[in-house]
Design a protein around this ligand. Structure first.
Ligand code: IPE
Ligand code: IPE
Ligand code: MG
Length: 247
C-alpha cells in the first residue's frame, strides 16, 4: 500500500518530474468483456482523465501519453477512423476542463495525417492553454520516436545549410533542442501497461536514463492506485546516471 502525505506525495518523496505512459491494452480489455474494441478505447479515455488529475494533484510537472503511434495507422480504417473521432471529441470536450485545472497542453507527432478540423482544434487548444502554469500534458498522436529523431536531424540540416550552425557544433545538447520534448525535463519514469515489454517506437531520445515500469494491468483498469504503485516503485530505484555512488 502506498502512504501519502498531506500534499498527496507518495511516501513523502517528491514525485517524478516527468512521467511518460504507453497506454496499452484497450482492445484486450474490451475483448475480455465481449465488447467491441471501440468500448475499450472509450474506457481508456476515462483512465486518461483520472491519471491527468492525479498527476496534477501529486505535483508531477510533465505527463506524456502515447495515444496513437505512427504504426497504429496500419490498423483497419474502421479503427483508425474511430481513434481520430475520439481524439476530436476529446479535444472538443476536455480543453475547458484543462483550462480550469491550470494544465498546459502540447501535442507531438506528425499531425499532417489528421483532418483539418483536428489540426485546427489541436492548435487552438494548445494556444488557449499556453499561459497555464500547472502540469504540462503532452499527447503523442501519430508519433514515433524514430520520426522525432529524423525530424530533428532534418531541421538541423536545414539550419546548417542556412549557415545558422556549424556541423562541428552539433552535439547532444544541441540535438536535444530540436526534439519534440526539448523544453521539458527528460523522462524520469516510463510506464507501460498490459504486460507488453517493449517501447513500440515511443520516445527514444528522451528516455536515455528513464526508469522503466511494466505492469500487467490493462489501460482501462489502470487507476490512481496503480499510478501510486508505479511511483512507489520508482522511488525504490537507485539512479546512478553512470556514476558509482557511495564509493
Ligand atoms: C492501446 O490499446 C491504444 C492504442 C494503441 C491506440 P490497443 O488498441 O493496442 O489494445 P490491445 O493491445 O489490442 O489490447
Ligand atoms: C503502442 O501500443 C502504441 C500506443 C499505446 C498508443 P501498440 O499496441 O500499438 O503496440 P504493439 O503493436 O503491441 O507493439
Ligand atoms: Mg496494444
Amino acid at each position: 500500500m502506498s502512504s501519502k502525505n498531506d500534499s498527496g506525495n507518495i511516501s513523502g518523496m517528491p514525485p517524478p518530474q516527468h512521467i511518460a505512459i504507453i497506454m496499452d491494452g484497450n482492445g484486450r480489455w474490451a475483448k475480455s468483456k465481449h465488447l467491441p474494441r471501440s468500448r475499450g478505447h472509450q474506457k481508456g479515455v476515462q483512465t486518461v482523465r483520472k491519471v491527468v488529475k492525479h498527476c496534477a494533484k501529486l505535483g508531477v510537472s510533465s505527463l506524456t501519453l502515447f495515444a496513437f503511434s505512427s504504426e497504429n495507422m496500419k490498423r483497419s480504417s474502421e479503427e483508425v477512423g474511430l481513434l481520430f473521432k475520439l481524439f476530436l471529441s476529446v479535444l472538443k470536450t476536455e480543453t475547458k476542463k484543462l483550462k480550469e485545472n491550470n494544465i498546459r497542453l502540447k501535442i507531438i507527432g506528425d499531425l499532417s495525417a489528421f483532418t483539418p478540423e483536428i489540426i485546427s482544434l489541436a492548435n487552438e487548444a494548445e494556444a488557449s492553454l499556453q499561459k497555464n502554469t500547472g502540469l504540462t500534458l503532452v499527447i503523442a498522436a501519430n508519433y514515433g520516436g524514430q520520426w522525432d529523431i529524423t525530424e530533428s536531424a532534418k531541421k538541423i540540416a536545414i539550419d546548417v545549410s542556412k549557415g545558422l550552425i556549424a556541423p562541428d557544433n552539433i552535439n547532444t545538447d544541441l540535438f536535444g533542442r530540436y526534439t519534440s520534448l526539448s523544453e521539458l525535463p527528460s523522462v524520469d519514469l516510463l510506464i507501460r501497461t498490459s504486460g507488453e515489454v517493449r517501447l513500440s517506437n515511443f520516445l527514444l531520445w528522451d528516455i536515455a536514463y528513464s526508469e522503466f515500469y511494466f505492469c500487467k494491468t490493462l489501460w482501462p483498469d489502470f487507476n490512481e492506485k496503480s499510478l501510486d504503485e508505479a511511483i512507489k516503485n520508482f522511488h525504490s530505484r537507485e539512479r546512478r546516471f553512470g556514476e558509482r555512488n557511495g564509493e
